[in-house]
Write a protein that binds this ligand. Sequence first.
Ligand code: SF4
Ligand code: SF4
Length: 170
Amino acid sequence: MFLDLLPYRLSKGRLRGIWRRLPLIHLAASVILVTVLVLGFGYVPGPVGALVWFLGGCALYYAPGPGLAYGLKDNRAFCKYACPAGVLARPAARYSLVKVAGDPTKCNGHAECIAVCPMDIRIIDYTRLHLRVLSTDCILCQNCINVCPDGALNLSLGLETHGIELLRTR
Ligand code: SF4
Ligand code: SF4
């Protein structure tokens, strides 16, 4: 929510290469730091120490967000290239019940939805395959639904597993 207050709401596209691996590197570095401190040095913080680590960790976690947004001119740069929580959330997000769904018979293919997607998701590719937007990067901002001139997109309730749709309301 905070990141969406920054000035670069429209993404210029997703960076490739090492940028894609940064969230995993961030997560690994965090796990290694805690493991070394606890197992290597026997460090167990008391209540004050735990609070300091918590506040310091939160500051370190969120501080790069605005910097990345301004540096890359992309409000959601932190979500795409730095957030370790996204790595952990992916398995659950794949099976989330609420997702964006497209109607290929209404879609004009002009990609207005992709142009406003802050996470650079190729929504049309899913629609053409009669799939809901399965990307675990979707933040359900609904920009794509709101901009669609032909009403081809909507939220749907459903559950897919191994390519089989078990439940769908639309
Ligand atoms: S904005 Fe709507 S009509 Fe246009 S490409 Fe996307 S889903 Fe299709
Ligand atoms: S809901 Fe938002 S993040 Fe998800 S596909 Fe649509 S525009 Fe992209």
